[in-house]
Design a binder for this molecule. Structure first.
Ligand code: PMP
Length: 386
C-alpha cells in the first residue's frame, strides 16, 4: 500500500485563525505556576483558603493510599467507592437536599442536569450570562432554548407563559462568575412554580460562602429540599478539591443515575479528590464561621477599594471585580500587580459578556488584615499609575 498523495494541508487554516486572534489581542497562554510563587493569591477560586489545609491534604493522601490513584472505572461499573457514597450523603445533608450525585467536574454535572432533565417536550430558559458549561448543556439538550435577559424574572415569566412546550426548565448561575452578582433566586422560584417549570441553579460560587454556615445559595434563598429545584456545585472552589455534584430530589438523582451520559460514560471522580472534598466539607461544618469570614473579606476589600477611587462591584459572595478603563489597562494593571507581589484575575472580551474589562479578586476567607491592606495598597497604586 502506498500512502495517498497529499493534496492539501487540512490544518493550514490554523495559521489564519492564529493571525486573527493575534490581531484582536486575544491570544491566551498557559502559565504553569510554581508551588511557591511568593505572590499573594487573589486569582484562584480557593474561596475559603482550604486548598493546602493539612486536614484537606491529609484526607486526599489517605484516600489515595486506601483507594488508589484513580477510581478504576465508570460510576456504574467499578468507579463508585464507599468514599463517593459518603461524600454524596454528607453533601446532601449539608445543603439540605434530599440526595446528591458526584461527577468528575462541575462542568459534567451541568451537562448531566441539562441533558437528562430535558427533552423535546421542554423549553429551557437560560440567563444570558450563564457559565459556558450551562450554555454547552443547553446546546447538547434536545430541547428548545430561550436566552433570557440577565437577572430578569419578568422576562423569564413571559418566556414560560408563551411556550407551546408542556415542560420547562429555568437555568441560572446563583452567583455570576465574573462580577459576583447574585441571581434573584426566590423570584425565579416563584415564577417557576407559577408556570409549572423546574429551576436549575448552578451554585459553583455560592457553595461554601452563602447560606447558613456556607450551605449555599439554594439554602440562602429558602429553596433547599424543594421538590422542583435542582442545584449543581463544583468541588473545586470552596471545597478545595476537584469534581462536581448535582443536588436535588431523590427521584431526580435516581433518574440521573439511569440517564445522564456524563455520569454513565465518564470515569468516576478520583478518590483523592473525593477525600479532599470530604475533608474540606467536614472542616466547614465544624467551623462555619469560615463562610462568614469570606463574605466579610469581600465587603472589606470592596469598601476599601471603592474608597481608593476604584470602580468596584458590590460583592454578594467572595468575588470582587474592579472595572478597568480598557482591555489594555486591565492587562497592564494585572501585570503591575504581579510585579508588586499580588496575583489577580484579568478578564477581557470575549470572556466578559458586556465587553468591559476587569480584574477579578477572590476575597479568600483566610486573608489577614495585613494582606488586605497590602492588596488594597497595590491596587490603589497600580490604578493611579503609581
Ligand atoms: N459553573 C460555574 C459558574 C463555574 O464558574 C465553573 C468553573 N469555573 C463551573 C460551573 C465548572 O466547574 P468545574 O471547574 O468543576 O468543571
Amino acid at each position: 500500500m502506498t500512502a495517498p498523495v497529499r493534496v492539501r494541508d487540512p490544518f493550514a487554516w490554523l495559521a489564519q485563525a492564529d493571525r486573527d486572534r493575534r490581531e484582536a489581542g486575544l491570544v491566551r497562554a498557559v502559565r504553569p505556576r510554581p508551588a511557591e510563587s511568593g505572590l499573594l493569591d487573589l486569582a484562584s477560586n480557593d474561596y475559603l483558603g482550604l486548598v493546602r489545609h493539612p486536614r484537606v491534604t491529609e484526607a486526599a493522601a489517605d484516600a489515595a493510599r486506601r483507594w488508589g490513584g484513580g477510581s478504576t472505572g465508570s460510576r456504574l461499573v467499578t468507579g463508585s467507592t464507599e468514599l463517593h457514597a459518603e461524600l454524596e450523603r454528607e453533601l446532601a445533608e449539608f445543603t439540605g437536599a434530599e440526595a446528591a450525585l458526584v461527577f468528575s467536574s462541575g462542568y459534567t454535572a451541568n451537562l448531566a442536569a441539562l441533558t437528562a432533565l430535558t427533552g423535546p417536550a421542554h423549553l429551557i430558559v437560560s440567563d444570558a450570562q450563564n457559565h459556558a458549561s450551562l450554555i454547552d448543556g443547553c446546546r447538547l439538550a434536545r430541547a428548545r432554548v430561550e436566552r433570557a435577559p440577565h437577572r430578569d424574572p419578568v422576562a423569564v415569566a413571559a418566556a414560560l407563559a408563551s411556550r407551546p412546550e408542556p415542560e420547562a426548565l429555568v437555568v441560572t448561575d446563583a452567583v455570576f462568575s465574573v462580577d459576583g452578582e447574585a441571581a434573584p433566586l426566590a423570584e425565579l422560584a416563584r415564577v417557576c412554580r407559577a408556570h409549572g417549570a423546574a429551576l436549575l441553579i448552578d451554585d459553583a460560587h455560592g457553595m461554601g460562602v452563602l447560606g447558613p454556615g456556607g450551605s449555599g445559595s439554594t439554602a440562602a434563598a429558602g429553596l433547599a429540599g424543594g421538590p422542583d429545584v435542582v442545584t449543581t456545585i463544583t468541588l473545586s472552589k470552596s471545597l478545595a478539591a476537584q469534581g462536581g455534584a448535582v443536588l436535588g430530589p431523590r427521584r431526580v438523582i435516581d433518574h440521573l443515575v439511569q440517564a445522564a451520559r456524563t455520569f454513565i460514560f465518564d470515569t468516576g471522580l478520583n478518590p483523592a479528590a473525593v477525600g479532599a472534598a470530604l475533608g474540606a466539607l467536614r472542616l466547614l461544618r465544624e467551623e462555619p464561621e469560615r463562610a462568614e469570614r469570606a463574605r466579610e473579606v469581600a465587603r472589606l476589600l470592596s469598601e476599601r477599594l471603592a474608597a481608593a477611587g476604584l470602580a468596584v462591584s458590590e460583592p454578594e459572595a467572595a468575588v470582587v471585580s474592579v472595572r478597568a478603563p480598557s482591555p489594555e489597562a486591565a492587562v497592564a494593571w494585572a501585570a503591575a500587580c504581579r510585579d508588586a507581589g499580588l496575583a489577580v484575575g484579568c478578564f477581557r472580551p470575549p470572556s466578559v459578556p458586556d465587553g468591559i474589562s476587569r480584574l477579578r479578586l477572590t476575597a479568600r476567607g483566610d486573608l489577614t488584615g495585613r494582606q488586605i491592606d497590602f492588596a488594597v495598597g497595590v491596587l490603589a497604586a497600580v490604578s493611579s499609575g503609581g
